[in-house]
Design a protein around this ligand. Sequence first.
Ligand SMILES: [Zn+2]
Length: 86
Amino acid sequence: MKKQFFLERECIHRETAPEGDFYNGVFVVQAIQNLGSEAAMKFASRMSPFFWTDAPRVHVWLCRECAAELQLSNAPRAVKQSGRLR
Ligand SMILES: [Zn+2]
C-alpha cells in the first residue's frame, strides 16, 4: 500500500480565529486564482506558502473570514472532513 501524506497549511488567523475548516488545496488555489492577481497576491501573503503543484496533497485551514473571502463556504465539496483522511 502506498503511503499517502498530506501537507497542512493555514491562514495567519489560525491562532486567533475561533472557527475554521480545512479545505482541499485544489479548491483553495482555484479560488485564489479567481480573485485576480492583485487580490490573489494579498491573500497568498496571509497563508503559509505551498507549491501549487502540491495542491492535491494540501489541506488548508482557513478561518471563516478568509473562507468567505474566497467564497469557499458556498462550496461544501471544498471542505475536507478531518476524520476521513486517506
Ligand atoms: Zn484567516
